[in-house]
Design a binder for this molecule. Structure first.
Ligand code: SF4
Ligand code: SF4
Length: 425
């Protein structure tokens, strides 16, 4: 697809601006009514989903030129998808995020590049990860765990740690915890160790769509040769990439894709994992965008031109992602006091890290995280729980900078503490 394939979407935008907000019937206070971090931060229409539609239309019509300044506006967006879901609530015929994907691809093809994204892509090409780390160190997070390696053994479950869990020393204990829990539950789970590669999703989201296909084909080959029937990941970005972007680009892996919270939720329901220790903590849950509203499966089968005629199931409503499993895990912990924030599920507010913003505009990422932390604090929670290492990273760093007392935890860390594991809270 190219930007011109979305001309009807862009032309059809009525500039109603509903994509800037969560819907009126979801608003609980003026303080937390905004939905688009980019609009919330920069206050000009150009920074909204609608603004980016008008930018795209104007470029296509030859009324505007793509410049460094325009490219920067396009990239000051987390690709969180709130605009898409808000628009889909009232319109059948507009796919806002797809337009923004093609604008980014146009920026790359026309040479309007963000230097930090070039570094990211270089790291992916040279070392198979987004963090500028050595490929040779990728499997070190699992040292000493004696996990089967899919390069030499057939397994039922392939655990894909993802770049952040593989290299972030502050977080990698979470990956060790979860893979240990799976093995103790009797699952035949393996890893690819240093042969694991980036999923490639960050390349697609920053406009380097062709680069992602290379990673996707590599990943599909590894999954097939592993013998696994299920690919499981603790990273929301990887999950979205496997579940949505690969099929969107025609890459089929032929296995079930699960986020770790789905699998752990199943194990708790089957009484295989039993949280027992009381954790008397007031907590709230942050829905990662790429696990929640963007974590919908990609649906194939409709290729019509007029989107007004498409069956409703092909709309990106944001409601078919993973919302309940992490909440089920939290609520299975004895004595936990779970409270919801105002913006939740498909109307969740982004943590700030997505879409290449953390790499290119860290000030904007932190500003967005501060907004989310303020919302969590307003519930009286002592801890904000999430289910993605990228959310955890930016929220943790921002809590420290803001000198907030809020704890930031992954849902699996919380579970481990309740199972009598090492104290993490
Ligand atoms: S993108 Fe959708 S919600 Fe936003 S202004 Fe256009 S029509 Fe309205
Ligand atoms: S994807 Fe998120 S940050 Fe970007 S325009 Fe839409 S709501 Fe705003």
């Amino acid at each position: 697809m190219a930007l011109e394939d979305y001309a009807n979407d862009m032309f059809g935008c009525s500039r109603c601006s509903l994509c800037k907000w969560i819907p009126q019937n979801q608003i609980k206070s003026w303080r937390f009514a905004q939905g688009c971090p980019s609009m919330d931060r920069y206050h000009f229409h150009a920074y909204s989903g609608s603004g980016r539609m008008i930018i795209g239309m104007s470029i296509l019509d030859g009324r505007s030129e793509l410049t460094d300044e325009v490219a920067e506006i396009i990239y000051r967006c987390q690709m969180c998808g709130l605009c898409q879901v808000s628009c889909s609530a009232i319109r059948d015929d507009i796919d806002v995020v797809d337009v923004m994907y093609e604008e980014r691809a146009l920026c790359v093809s026309e040479g309007f590049l963000i230097p930090e994204h070039m570094d990211l892509i270089e790291s992916m090409k040279k070392e198979d990860n987004t963090l500028g780390k050595r490929k040779a160190d990728r499997g070190n997070w699992a040292d000493g765990l004696d996990i089967p390696n899919v390069n030499t053994e057939q397994v039922a479950y392939l655990f894909h740690a993802g770049c952040r869990y593989s290299y972030d020393e502050d977080l990698m204990e979470g990956a060790r915890t979860v893979v240990t829990l799976l093995r103790e539950s009797g699952l035949n789970v393996g890893i690819a160790g240093k042969e694991e590669s980036c999923c490639g999703g960050r390349a697609y989201e920053t406009g380097y769509q062709g680069e992602m296909k290379h990673f996707a084909e590599d990943m599909a080959g590894r999954v097939r040769s592993s013998g696994a029937h299920t690919l499981v990941t603790p990273c929301a970005d990887c999950y979205y990439t496997f579940k949505y972007l690969y099929p969107k680009c025609g890459i089929q892996m032929g296995v079930t894709v699960l986020h770790i919270t789905e699998l752990v939720d199943q194990l708790i329901k089957a009484s295989i994992l039993k949280p027992q220790k009381e954790i008397p903590l007031r907590v709230t849950y942050h829905d990662p965008c790429h696990l929640g509203r963007r974590g919908e499966p990609y649906l194939e089968g409709w290729a019509g031109g007029n989107k007004l005629e498409r069956p409703i199931r092909f709309k990106q409503m944001g409601t078919r992602g993973i919302f309940d499993p992490p909440r089920n895990i939290i609520q299975a912990i004895p004595a936990i006091d779970f409270v919801e924030m105002e913006r939740i599920r498909e109307w969740s507010y982004c943590c700030g890290a997505g879409g290449g913003v953390l790499e290119a505009f860290p000030d904007f990422a932190r500003w967005t995280a501060e907004e989310r932390i303020a919302e969590a604090e307003s519930t009286g929670a002592e801890a904000i729980i999430t289910a993605c290492p990228w959310c955890e990273r930016v929220l943790k760093d921002t809590v420290v900078n803001a000198q907030s007392n809020l704890k930031v935890l992954d849902v699996i860390d919380l579970l481990k503490s309740s199972m009598g594991g090492e104290e993490t809270i």
